[in-house]
Design a binder for this molecule. Structure first.
Ligand code: AKB
Length: 314
């Protein structure tokens, strides 16, 4: 039985992915790790405090738990990265290199590392952005993700490290909040809709971005990691898509459930980041090669989040 280490397990994606992996493979086969102590259900399985920049601690944890697979999710996201670019670069890059080196040296079975739509930039075709195209990211987060993709392919080609990756769109869940991203508005809007009945968007009304409900993101991640090696023909990172919408459209969808909800627009520095990213993504390679299919459209996602969040807040 493979033993899995999740790095960044307390984050927006990490907390839900860890619990799904534990339900699939057993609590004791999935070790969660993060800089901070876990809360909620995450505390019900093995947990290690880990700063992934510390290579020795990382290696000791891998040895202690006989880890064979790593999901490395820790990163500084787009908006936060712009506040301290050097730190974002150091963390995003050196943490990935630590994991790839360890995977090569200890001959680990598989590695998962997320990339992002942030690898694209202002000169990338923004409608149905192809898998292979111009990539000129202008955020430090996007630059680090693009460099990371090149490193993943390099470690696969040169050393045979079985590293797999997805270019996530904005991930929307309600069980834990994201931090420091440009797509975070699409999570905040649900909290504010239920708590205050109104929301001030930091992106303008017609800003379209590729998005995905958390359950689909987890499904995509696990489908990719479970796929037989021969099907994984892209070793940089796969485009994956589900839905695309603007603040105005998601507000309209929320109003179908909460007719008194209102939205105002007050774009800030995150507008220019959003403007440099695609409106929609062509993910046909993922669909063809390993059978990716999403399950949540805007209306199904909205009703699922509103009813789940109502229960959580009550
Ligand atoms: C962000 O907004 O920075 C992230 C991303 C799209 O990778 N959610």
């Amino acid at each position: 039985m493979s033993k899995i280490l999740v790095i960044g397990a307390c984050g927006q994606l990490g907390s839900e992915l860890t619990l799904t992996l534990r339900s699939m493979y057993g609590d004791n086969n999935v070790v969660a790790s993060d800089l901070r102590e876990p809360d909620g259900d995450l505390a019900n399985g093995p947990f290690e405090i880990l700063n992934v920049l510390n290579k020795t601690d990382l290696a000791n944890i891998v040895d202690k738990h006989t880890i064979s697979q790593i999901y490395h999710l820790a990163a500084i996201l787009s908006a936060k990265g712009e506040k301290d670019p050097k730190f974002a670069w150091d963390l995003n890059m050196n943490s990935l290199l630590n994991v790839l080196e360890l995977a090569r040296d200890k001959n680990l079975e598989k590695i998962y590392w997320p990339s992002s739509i942030a690898v694209f930039g202002p000169n990338t075709p923004s409608l149905n952005t192809p898998q292979h195209t111009v990539m000129d990211p202008n955020t430090v987060y996007g630059i680090s993700k693009l460099a990371g993709e090149r490193w993943c392919e390099y470690y696969f080609e040169k050393y045979g490290v079985d590293v797999r990756s997805l270019r996530y769109p904005g991930l929307i869940g309600y069980k834990s909040k994201p931090g420091g991203g440009t797509t975070d508005y699409a999570v905040d809007i649900f909290y504010k809709a239920l708590e205050d009945g109104s929301y001030e968007s930091f992106l303008s009304e017609n800003t379209y971005l590729p998005m995905m409900y958390m359950d689909d993101a987890i499904k995509a991640t696990i489908d990719l990691m479970e796929a037989v090696k021969e099907k994984i023909q892209i070793r940089s990172s796969y485009n994956v898509a589900a839905i695309s919408f603007s603040p105005k459209e998601i507000a309209g969808e929320i109003m179908k459930h909460l007719p008194n909800f209102s939205i105002t627009y007050n774009p800030d520095f995150r507008q220019s980041i959003a403007d440099s990213w695609p409106d929609s993504i062509d993910d046909s390679e993922a669909r063809k090669q390993w059978g990716w299919q999403h399950q949540f459209d805007l209306s199904k996602m909205t009703s699922t989040i509103l009813s789940g969040l109502r229960d959580l807040l009550n």
